[in-house]
Design a protein around this ligand. Structure first.
Ligand SMILES: [Ca+2]
Ligand SMILES: [Ca+2]
Ligand SMILES: [Ca+2]
Length: 515
């Protein structure tokens, strides 16, 4: 009886401590549910797959989730008070060796207008019956915004890029300012695509490109189903047909929303500790990547004057893998996790060597999904440098949430790439780095229940453990095939959130989404 009580208590504690939470990192910690500008939604790192002789890596940091693109008049600028950083460890100690820093500056160029963006093709002038003192013919509405110099772009953001390596800071500059792409307000006001294309910058540093702006949220998921205590619209075990299809069988709950993305492409030689392109079997080939957001330690409010910041930077959030903070770390520990350093992650080791999520899935399926016994050493390749991502012989380093990328693995051509990445037989995909189209919800589920990275355990069933998923297989918007790879933000005027029961589960085509 006592044992039964203890078991029940443990089960309840587990359940209450960590309800399933699958949004890649959208508002996943108490601190970022409040400070959403500093909320990192996703981090991507992959070998660029758009050709070219020089092996390059694309690094993308997405922040500020679930932006409703019609949410004027101020929309969703980057926060000028935040230091955005992408960090790389290249010597297996989970401490950064190369850092890319991004800071934003905001201008308000239409201070007398009630909204930050305005435009109409050809502009609109005061008509003949315009009351004085505004004379007929006076420009009232500026022409449609097609470039960053256009008058209608009232809220205009520029940004700086700094590389820090061995304690030395080097500015990454272009031939002019780097402008950030604004929200896609709508087709009358702006030509968003023209702005996007103009904002993809080559820099004065060879083979380095940068981009920043408001874009389609590259993540996709049955968010509402997952949050309803794993009540996904498709039973979490996919049929082979569902698993193989490049379409959606449940609604993508983040469709029609945008995020702010920062992207930088750099040559592999800028990232490895040897400064060379290492072959995949080299112990120097695998890097660890994570993103951080930081704010000034001290802010002084001076109403009615603007606040001023001072002091050193204090970390608000970090993210490496898309599954650690949201599906493994308990809610009471998430903020500490967000603010601490990866090299200290041994303090959270119990969360991923005996993941509560695995036990929740095991319980909710009444045991149909068997799980391995802890300690879950099969998950070590995600939190240390280990095969099959890092080459055999690579120093494992401390347990740390870094997105590990073997830079020696050649990119897979998009036509033959798998949304299931490494688990789908595609060596260039998650958990070897992370591409935009890697289905990390399905991958996280399969990794966490176990049996897919290491040898199958007793009770493992490939038709169950290996087929978990939410039925949302693809993004709602087409990704680009070249840097910065992200898709266009939905139009604020015409955006569509694809919901359960609506016709069209993928980009308005396909089956009705199940209710
Ligand atoms: Ca290091
Ligand atoms: Ca999307
Ligand atoms: Ca999925």
């Amino acid at each position: 009886m006592q044992m039964w009580k203890n078991t029940l208590a443990v089960s309840l504690a587990i359940f209450m401590a960590a309800p399933p939470n699958f949004a890649a990192n959208h508002r996943e910690a108490p601190i970022t549910a409040i400070d959403h500008k500093a909320d990192i939604t996703d981090v991507f790192a992959f070998r660029s797959y758009d050709g070219g002789a020089t092996p390059r890596v694309t690094l993308i940091l997405c922040v500020d989730p679930l932006q409703e693109p019609g949410n004027g008049p101020n929309y969703f600028p980057f926060d000028s008070d935040i230091l955005y950083e992408i960090k790389i460890d290249n010597n297996n100690d989970a401490v950064e060796d190369v850092v890319f820093q991004f800071r934003f500056n905001t201008e308000q160029r239409l201070p007398n207008l009630f909204q930050v963006y305005a435009g109409v093709p050809g502009g609109a002038n005061a008509p003949p019956n315009s009351p004085p003192p505004v004379a007929p013919g006076t420009p009232i509405v500026p022409p449609q915004i097609t470039s960053f110099s256009d008058a209608g772009l009232g809220q205009r953001q520029t940004y700086s890029v700094t590389m820090v390596k061995a304690g030395v800071s080097t500015a990454v500059n272009g031939s002019g300012p780097f402008y950030a792409v604004p929200e896609n307000v709508g087709p009358r006001t702006m030509n968003y695509n023209a702005l996007f294309n103009a904002a993809t910058y080559t820099t004065n540093t060879p083979n380095v490109k940068v981009f920043a702006g408001t874009v389609d949220d590259p993540f996709w998921i049955d968010l509402g189903g997952a949050f309803d205590t794993f009540n996904t619209h498709i039973f979490p075990v996919l049929s082979p047909a569902h698993d193989a299809a490049s379409t959606n069988f449940a609604a993508d709950f983040v469709s029609g929303y945008s995020v702010n993305a920062i992207a930088i492409e750099v040559p592999v030689t800028m990232l490895t500790r040897t400064g060379a392109v290492e072959p995949a079997n080299s112990t120097a080939a695998t890097i660890g990547v994570w993103g951080t957001t930081s704010r000034a330690r001290l802010t002084t409010r001076r109403a009615p004057l603007p606040a001023v910041n001072s002091g050193s930077w204090s970390q608000i959030q970090r993210m490496g893998n898309p599954l650690i903070n949201e599906v493994l770390i308990g809610t009471g520990f998430k903020d500490r996790f967000s603010m601490d350093q990866p090299k200290n992650d041994i303090q959270f080791a119990n969360f991923f060597l005996d993941p509560t999520l695995a036990r929740v899935i095991n319980a909710l399926t009444a045991g149909a999904v068997a799980i391995p016994s802890p300690p879950r050493n099969d998950l070590l390749p995600v939190v240390t440098y280990a095969p099959p991502i890092a080459a055999a012989g690579t120093p494992a380093g401390p347990i740390a949430d870094l997105l590990r990328l073997n830079t020696g693995v050649a990119p897979t051509p998009p036509a033959t790439a798998s949304r299931l990445g490494l688990l789908g037989g595609d060596p260039a995909g998650f958990p070897n780095g992370r591409r935009l189209f890697d289905d990390v919800t399905d991958l996280a589920l399969r990794l966490v229940v176990g049996g897919v990275l290491a040898a199958p355990f007793p009770g493992y069933n490939p038709a169950i453990n290996g087929m978990l998923g939410d039925g949302v297989n693809v993004n709602d918007t087409a990704y680009r095939t070249t840097f910065p790879y992200v898709g266009n933000a939905p139009s604020g005027r015409d955006r569509r959130h694809i919901d359960p029961g609506e016709p069209g589960c993928t980009a308005g085509a396909g089956l009705p989404c199940p209710i």
